[in-house]
Design a protein around this ligand. Structure first.
Ligand code: VG1
Ligand code: CO
Length: 542
């Protein structure tokens, strides 16, 4: 029942920040998905007879690729595959299943916050046995194999029923269709005090959780409404749609504007949150106040001990380099390790496995801990709720008190999306070329203390990852960072990250863009993005 199919390589199957992401029509080319999946399997060793987890965020083409992956897993010798019912698994839930059932690894089908639909984005990511995204050594091997692949193996069989819970066989391989939510919800109950959160909600505390028509709908319904007793209507846009209702399932102030407006209104709820396409990102908004992801990381780290799963304290905190330094001050106070990694969750895996870090975060709305090896949107929401349930103060009070104690890191990211690739590369190359000459000079009255192209030396496996972003550090602790996105599917996206540290509490209520105005001008003077790309302004400001 297995056959070997001859194929020819595609030259564009290089995994980016988080797996291979392309437009759906690219994935629909004959053999395209098959080539990539075979390249993944060929880059691995010793999986025969072992377990593979497969699931995705439910976007268009999810079900088709799940069938292909199942048939290829059987033909390649996996012993068992666990599939989320209907092909649905949030990224953190998939990470948990891999860990809980001791799987060899997993295939996560998602393009995260990118739009979905017949002409939008799709993606495939391989996660290793610790539940985390494959490290660069593996993604590089996958890409190398994809460039020379000659054949793939696949079962000739009818499609598997992925909607009915239970076990089936595909050749010798067992296919288990599992509840997409149950194991994940049980894990959350071990980490957080559901009783306390239930009492908070019962006392009249109101919240909204916007799933943006993406994967967290069923997770939010089960956990927030069913287990925690939040009234119906707490979960918004909770029916997963293959095209996310035509929206970007990206929980930021641009794409979750309705939620933001609701939280800013006088009669709005106390707490609002949203998650992205595959459920690993989170947006946190308190009544009248947006919490930046960088601040959220710091505030969660400072209060985590209030939740059952983190009672013993944190071993360390890790953040991606462009993420603000707010968490660094918490680590300093707690006298625990602080690690600065390149963008992308794969770099946190070693630190978590080595128990050097407990909580990790990225400025791009990603926060998570050692409970899985992915960032986890709903986890961040529950940790916030647990903290609020214990402290019984508002989100705003937590933020103001935090800034008063640690100072405030004003922070913003400006994205120039859909820029032509050559101009984007020119911007970065030009910055790189002048790095050495910058220290000691001034722009917009700001003196440059240091400038470099960030390289990460992994303290665990000693691997080195270079060219991870251009950093310009100013005297006084402000900085601007430039890098190109590694998750887009058309053209290039230039990201500019801008940060200023403000210790003075009398200056903690400034409007963010205003507080960063001179740095924003400095970033443009240094990079000439607008001149190079012809853009007048960023396409997204977060
Ligand atoms: C972006 C974010 C990064 C995040 C990655 C995957 O990458 O900046 O922090 O880890 O997306 O997130 P890039 O290379 O486009 O800047 V997800 O939720 O899209 O899996
Ligand atoms: Co995501």
């Amino acid at each position: 029942m297995f056959k070997t199919v001859a194929t020819t390589p595609f030259d564009d199957q290089k995994p980016g920040t988080s797996g291979l992401r392309k437009k759906v029509p690219v994935f629909q080319q004959p053999n395209y998905a098959e080539n990539f999946i075979q390249s993944v399997f060929d880059a691995l060793e010793g999986y025969e007879g072992k377990t593979l987890v497969i699931g995705g965020d439910g976007r268009f083409y999810n079900r088709e690729v799940i069938q292909i992956a199942l048939k290829m897993a059987a033909a390649n010798g996996f012993g068992r595959v666990l599939v989320g019912q209907g092909g649905i698994l949030s990224t953190p839930a998939a990470s948990h299943l891999i860990r809980k059932y001791g799987a060899f690894g997993g295939l996560i089908l998602s393009a995260s916050h990118n739009p979905g639909g017949p002409t939008e984005d799709f993606g495939i990511k391989y996660n290793i046995g610790n539940g985390g995204p494959a490290p660069e050594k593996i993604t590089e091997a996958i890409f190398a194999i994809s460039k020379t692949i000659k054949e793939y193996r696949i079962a000739e069989s009818a499609d598997i029923d992925i909607d009915t819970i239970g076990t089936q066989k595909l050749g010798d391989m067992h296919v288990e269709i599992v509840d997409s939510v149950a194991d994940y919800a049980a894990l959350m109950e071990t980490l957080f005090d559901f009783e306390a959160i239930r009492a908070l909600i019962k006392s009249g505390f109101t919240l909204r959780f916007d799933s943006m028509h993406a994967v967290t709908g069923p997770y939010g319904k089960e956990i927030l409404e069913k287990r925690l007793g939040a009234p119906e209507g707490t979960c918004l846009n909770f029916v997963p749609l293959t095209d996310f209702g035509g929206h970007h399932p990206d929980p930021n102030l641009v794409y979750a504007k309705e939620l933001y407006d609701l939280l800013m209104s006088a009669d709005g709820p106390d707490f609002g949150a949203a998650s992205d396409g595959d459920g690993d990102r989170n947006l946190i908004i308190g009544k009248g106040i947006f919490i930046t992801p960088s601040d959220s990381l710091a505030m969660l780290a400072a209060n985590a001990h209030l939740a059952r799963g983190y009672k013993a304290g944190l071993k360390g905190i890790a953040r991606s380099m462009p993420t603000s330094g707010a968490a660094d001050r918490v680590a300093e106070k707690l006298k625990i390790g602080m690690y600065e990694t390149p963008t992308g969750w794969k770099f946190f895996g070693n630190l978590l496995d080595a128990d050097m870090a407990t909580i990790c975060g990225e400025e791009s709305s990603g926060t998570g801990s050692n409970h899985v090896r992915e960032k986890d949107g709903l986890w961040a929401v529950l940790l916030w709720l647990n903290i609020l349930a214990v402290r019984r103060v508002s989100v705003q009070e937590i933020a103001l008190e935090h800034w008063a104690q640690y100072g405030r890191n004003y922070y913003s990211r400006h994205d120039y999306e859909g820029v032509d690739t050559a101009s984007a590369n020119k911007v970065i190359d030009a910055l790189r070329a002048k790095l050495a000459s910058l220290p000691g000079t001034s722009v917009q009255g700001l003196k440059i203390a240091a400038a470099d192209d960030f390289a990460y030396h992994d303290p665990v496996d000693k691997s080195v990852s270079e060219h991870q972003g251009i950093r310009i550090l100013f005297e006084g602790g402000s900085r601007v960072v430039f890098r190109l996105s590694g998750t887009g599917t058309s053209g290039a996206t230039i990201r500019v990250y801008i940060e200023r540290y403000e210790p003075d509490p009398s200056r903690h209520d400034l409007e963010t863009q205003g507080a960063l105005a001179d740095l924003i001008l400095a970033a443009e003077e240094l990079s000439a993005i607008k001149a190079q790309t012809g853009r007048k302004e960023p396409s997204v400001i977060t």
